[in-house]
Each structure stands twice: as C-alpha cells, then as structure tokens.
Design a protein around this ligand. Sequence first.
Ligand code: GLU
Length: 512
Amino acid sequence: MSDRPVRVRFAPSPTGPLHIGGVRTALYNYLFARQQGGTMILRIEDTDQNRFVPGAEEYIMEGLKWVGIHIDEGPREGGPHAPYRQSERKGMYAQYALDLVEKGLAYYAFDTAEDLEQMRKRLEAGGMQPQYDSVSRMSMTNGLTLPADEVQRRLDNGDDYVIRIKLPRKEEIRFHDIIRGWVVVHSGQLDDKVLLKSDGMPTYHLANVVDDYLMGISHVIRGEEWLPSAPLHVMLYRYLGWEDVMPQFAHLPLLLKPEGNGKLSKRDGDRLGFPVFPLEWKDPKTGEVSSGYRETGYFPQAVANMLALLGWHPSSNQEVFTMDELIQSFSLEKVSRSGAKFDVQKAFWFNHHYLLHTPVDEIYPLVLPKIQEAGYTADEAYAKSVIGLVREKVQFASQIVDAGYYFFEEPRGYNEEVVRKKWKPETNGLLQKLADTFNAMDSFGPAATEETFKAWCETAGIKPGELMQPLRVAVSGEPVGPPVFEMLALLGKDRVVRRLQHAAATIVASQA
Ligand code: GLU
C-alpha cells in the first residue's frame, strides 16, 4: 500500500546506553520520515523487566535530541497511539495470542525448563537443529499433543504455560526488503517462537508486531540483527489478518570494527580510543564510565553527518551535509547491504570541518572552560581571535587552548629541531634587529608587519624564507601554527618585540 502515510519508529529496549549503531538506525528513520513528510515515533520496548537499566530510557531520549533527531510521537511527546512505552501497554497483547490459539495458529505449551533442555540435547545428539518446531513439537507437552480437556484442566489449575506460534511445516516465507531485495526462508528452519510468556507478558516478537500494526507503522527500518526475526513477523502479520497493512522492511547493514571484521563494540572504542556512545554513560551497577561523543567534544552535526554516511552512499561525491541536506538527499535504496567500517580518522575529519565552519561565537563557550582551567585571563574578543587562528590546526574545540597556549603565556621552550636546523651563528643578531624594526612601527596589523619584514629582509640582504621559521619559533616556540603575520598582529607589538629579544638572548645561551 504505497499511498499510506509514512510512519516510522525507532524502538529501542532500554537495556543500557544507546550504541552509535542505534543512533544511526534512529537517524535513518528520521531522515526517511522527514523526507516523506511522515511521522517519527519513539517506542520504548521495555517488556523484559529483567533487562531494565535505570537511566537508559532518559539516556536514549537525550542522545537522540543531542544528535538533532526530533521525535513526533513518543513517551514524552505523547500522540494518538499513547502510551508509547510497552510496559504501559502490557494489557493489550495477550488477546492477540489468544486469538491465534483459537484459530489454531498458536498453541499452549506446558513444557518445563528441563523438558526443553532434554529436547535440545536429544535433537543435537541426533544431528538435528535443536529447536521447537513443526517436528519436535509433536513430542512435547502442548496443546497439540494433549487432549483438549487436559489442556483446559491445566489452564484451570493455573499451571505455567506459554503460547507458541504454530509455524507451517513446509512453506516458503518470502518478503521484500528495500535494501536486500527478496528474502526467502523455509518455514522448516524456524522455531515455533514463544509469543506470550508464562508471566503473561508478550515477547519482543508479539509486542513489536502488534504495536507496529496498532501504531500504523508503514516502514520498519532497523538493524540487520533483526533480519532473522523478519520471517516470523511476516507470519504473524499473515496469521493476524494484517498482511495488507504489513510495513515494508529495510534492514540496515552492521557498523563494523575499523578493521572490518565483526560488529563495532564498546571494546573497540576502548582499544582504539573513540566513543561508541553518543553521550557519556555511567553504568549504574559498576560505576564504570564510558566516553561519549558529546563529552569528547564532537559537534552533534559532525556526528550526524558521519553516521549518515556509514552505510548510505549519496549519488554525488558530496560528504558534508547539513541535516536539511541529508533529509533531501537520503534514500533507503542507496543504503548498502554490506557492513560499514567505522573510521575514526573520518570522524576527526568531520569534526574538524565543523570546527572550521561553526561561527566563532558558538565555539567560544566550548573554549572558555579550558581558558579558565589553565588559569589564563583573556578578554572575550582576544580569545575569539585566538579561536579563529588556531582552529585550523586542531580537531576539537577543546584542543585550541593547548595548541595555541603561547597566545596566553610565554613560550615554554623553543622547538629543538628548528633551532638545530635553522639557527645560524647570525640568526640571533638578525632577530634582535628585527625586534628593533618592529618596535619602530606605528600600526601592527598583519599586512603592515609582513611588508615591514620583507622590506627589512631586502635591506639586510637575506631571503625572507630563511628567517620565517626562526621568527615563528622565537615568538611561539612552536614549529607550526597559524599564518605568522596574523599571529604577530594578534600577539601585539610589545609582546612580539619582547619575545624576539628574549629568544635571541635565550637561544644563544642554550647553544653556548
Ligand atoms: N526492541 C528492538 C531493539 O531493541 C527493536 C527491533 C526493531 O526495530 O524491530 O532493537
């Protein structure tokens, strides 16, 4: 049904911090929804109380917001299908499982944990798939093998039971995936999965399908790890009589380790020094802290841009996209089937790009704490000029003060390599004279200092290139940095003259 309103959902289980792979899934849902003029829904799938982690739901919401993903309907936003938290919908699911039992498409099963264990062992020993399926179910304790009155007696007695789906023995289940094309699975390979647990709670499969149906979801866009569940979901739609409104599926490729073998894990992040979570996360049980993109100093736009390209290939070579541009250009058809390798250099590259293109006024608040931490006093206009000059050389706003420390204090030393290679016996004398020449200037802007420097070199009979590195190192101590004359102008005449004099004296002393 192509004329259905587009409604997509991101449906995380709050079992811990949201992995960036999950953020990418949410982002693709969001981009698709916005592009199609559709609705983005957040549904919290928290039916498994054993896996509940305090703070995880808030973390998910905060993380999505930080990356720039806006939710239209959700637990906080409300909406026509509220509540959006499955634990608050728990009464809604059992009726569908019971309805299937009545239609003969699902059945009660009374097996104990030991029964199941024995069945698995038996099948494994016989070289068969250890699963509860169309063959093995006939030797278990369930509504298919027990007489009807015995089933009723057990139910009346309050015996523990689950409800399992009754999958056909030999049938091809096929469905179309927007990214993968036609997917065909034989029903014989599948388990009669539990739909309703003994505590009366639905399993993920039942709750997920029922909610997608009730919430009018048109497209299920989710990670590849759910692909094996999709045939079961397709059968559920069929059994429940909802096939004509079954959502279209799009299973996204995995986010892989930088080396490309296997799924990107928290351990990879620890090992290679990059975050795998959007925000910092403190494990409520162990107290262990995992780093986040936000706290590491990434711009949310850089993270969204980077994630968008991990799996989706735009039709042009464009790499930098604003959120609006992503919304315009994104297409599920251009999402690749194969896994996307995480590339930390690319993450740096994106952040650097956004650092260069974000207005200095917005970067200043990120830099101010570093200025204060270092105990520097600098007025706002001066600090902003430093940001403007130094950001070219770093990847994060938080590195600006360190990289350009000599704008706030005297050079801590002089780069040894430059001193060794570029300092000739006459260099200090020349720097001293240059200091005198600068001192005589009235205005000290970048153009004026450059002109004066060049004219002076000519009179002194030296090539400007020969003295450029010594000049930079004498004034900043560093071998690289912003354009020299802009650096001089920002430091100001008095400081530059004093530093040149000091360097001339010090470097002679150190060479003696
Ligand atoms: N609750 C599942 C998860 O945690 C949802 C999978 C789906 O989108 O269907 O990812």
